[in-house]
Design a protein around this ligand. Structure first.
Ligand SMILES: Cc1cc2nc3c(=O)[nH]c(=O)nc-3n(C[C@H](O)[C@H](O)[C@H](O)COP(=O)(O)OP(=O)(O)OC[C@H]3O[C@@H](n4cnc5c(N)ncnc54)[C@H](O)[C@@H]3O)c2cc1C
Length: 416
């Protein structure tokens, strides 16, 4: 079923009886060409592009919970491609370009809103670092703009420019950045993949791999054994756990990150703002809630819930940036499990085991990567060759010494 203004009008006139389920609920088959483990944004996007770009439709997405229950439905919805390093920039810019055409592509309203991302700077040194990043972005064909204090003040008069400790001097802006309704991305990709023949199987937890003479030939699940020619792991925060079933240890730690939403307010924040003197980022949803977050809790866990000290820390960041936030009531908060890699960059690669592929290590930033991750992972699975924009996102980069350490903090996964 195609969605259109005409269809909405017709349904409104006929009692909304013609809407169909957005995807089927098939029973798992005994065998597929490709199994994607994990029905998050990346797994669903992978299945969608496998079917759409490479004609591989005998695919199952196995999800242990429900579609949208993982980080794809828990993040703070920010998209951007304002990266510095060559290993990252083309990949995230590919993602941005795919976001720009996504709703037309999968015929679903994902509320892609390019309202701009502004990284605030608070010192001369930080401004110089942003100038460097902005120049690198422009040289890579990405939009970037440096705003001084007066220019920023016109757009965001509510910020505390005279904070004695963290005076705001300006911002590095990426106007094409913004936000996207996170769970609509999962639903849109699920619908697009399903309509092309992909089986999306919820409540199906993978608990082992079927190995035959060192080749991965399927998975064992709580709904039985399912065979496949290729198995693509895409489980974000559960990466370490699932890959341990294949005997692999990853350069990844799992940490909890929290998100917060305030009560609905009149439109006040024009785009996404990030506080350069601490760790705080905020935007405003179309319903009016301030959506914000900060640091991870800082210890290893698989629990999707956070702790109060980080709530205080995040809210302090908010108060330092825009004191008016202290008048808003906090409505909801939740946690998600982050797959933090040792250099802060992800992996899209074959493993040392034939038939087994791995996608993970997305840290804080995997939502914005969803379209490019799915596209490049599908390319790898279909052609057994990395996509040109994901060539650096390999598992052996630590061995080769080719780290992609955007923040320059080294092997400190909790700091990336
Ligand atoms: C609070 C928070 C805020 C964030 N903010 C941003 C942001 O603003 N911008 C940004 O770019 N990124 C952000 N992120 C990061 C981003 O959400 C993640 O990097 C990204 O969603 C991970 O990819 P995914 O969507 O595929 O993950 P998920 O949605 O977590 O998908 C993985 C799926 O695998 C399933 N799974 C796990 N184990 C198994 C198993 N054994 N068998 C079957 N299925 C299994 C899980 O149930 C889950 O549904 C944020 C994350 C959090 C938690």
């Amino acid at each position: 079923m195609r969605y259109s203004a005409l269809k909405v009008f017709k349904e409104a006139m006929t009692g909304h009886k013609g809407w169909e389920p957005v995807w089927r609920e098939p029973e798992p088959k005994a065998e597929y060409d490709v199994i994607v483990i994990g029905g998050g944004g990346h797994g669903l996007a992978t299945a969608y592009y496998l079917a759409k770009e490479f004609g591989i439709t005998n695919v199952a997405v196995l999800e242990k919970g429900w579609i949208g229950g993982g980080n794809v439905g828990r993040n703070t919805t920010i998209i951007r491609s304002n990266y510095l390093l060559p290993g990252n920039t083309p990949f995230y810019e590919l993602s941005m370009k795919l976001w720009e055409n996504l709703e037309q592509d999968f015929n679903y309203n994902a509320m892609v809103s390019q309202r701009g991302v502004m990284n605030l700077y608070h010192s001369d040194a930080q401004r110089d670092a942003y100038v460097r990043r902005g120049n690198a972005m422009i040289m890579a064909g990405v939009d970037a703009e440096l705003l001084n204090r007066e220019q920023l003040q016109k757009e965001c008069p509510f910020l505390d420019f005279d904070n004695a400790r963290f005076p705001i001097m300006g911002a590095l802006a990426q106007r094409r950045g913004g936000s996207v309704r996170h769970d609509a991305v999962a639903w849109g990709y699920a619908r697009g993949a399903d309509s092309r023949g992909v089986d999306i199987i919820q409540n199906c937890e993978v608990n082992g791999f079927v190995m035959d003479k060192g080749v991965c030939k399927g998975v064992t699940t709580n709904r039985g054994t399912i065979k496949a020619k290729k198995i693509a792991v895409c489980v974000a925060g559960s990466s370490g756990k699932v890959m341990s079933y294949a005997g692999m240890r990853l350069p990844i730690e799992s940490h909890v990150l929290q998100a917060f939403v305030s009560e609905g307010l009149k439109p006040v924040i024009p785009g996404v703002l990030t506080f350069g003197a601490g760790h705080f980022y905020v935007s405003q949803s179309d319903k009016g809630g301030l959506v914000f977050g900060g640091d991870i809790d800082g210890y290893n866990t698989y629990a999707q819930r956070g702790n109060l000290p980080v709530v205080e820390d995040v809210c302090e960041g908010g108060m330092a940036l825009m004191p008016m936030i202290g008048r808003a009531r906090l409505l909801r908060m939740w946690g998600g499990v982050m797959d933090m890699s040792m250099d802060g960059s992800p992996f899209i690669d074959k493993t040392g085991i034939d038939g087994l592929y791995f996608n993970g290590g997305w840290c804080y930033g995997g939502f914005k990567a969803t379209p490019a991750s799915g596209f490049c992972y599908a390319h790898l699975i279909a052609k057994d060759q990395p996509h040109e924009f994901a060539q650096e996102l390999r598992l052996d980069r630590f061995m080769r010494g080719h780290l992609i350490d955007e923040k320059g903090v080294g092997a400190q996964p909790n700091l990336h």
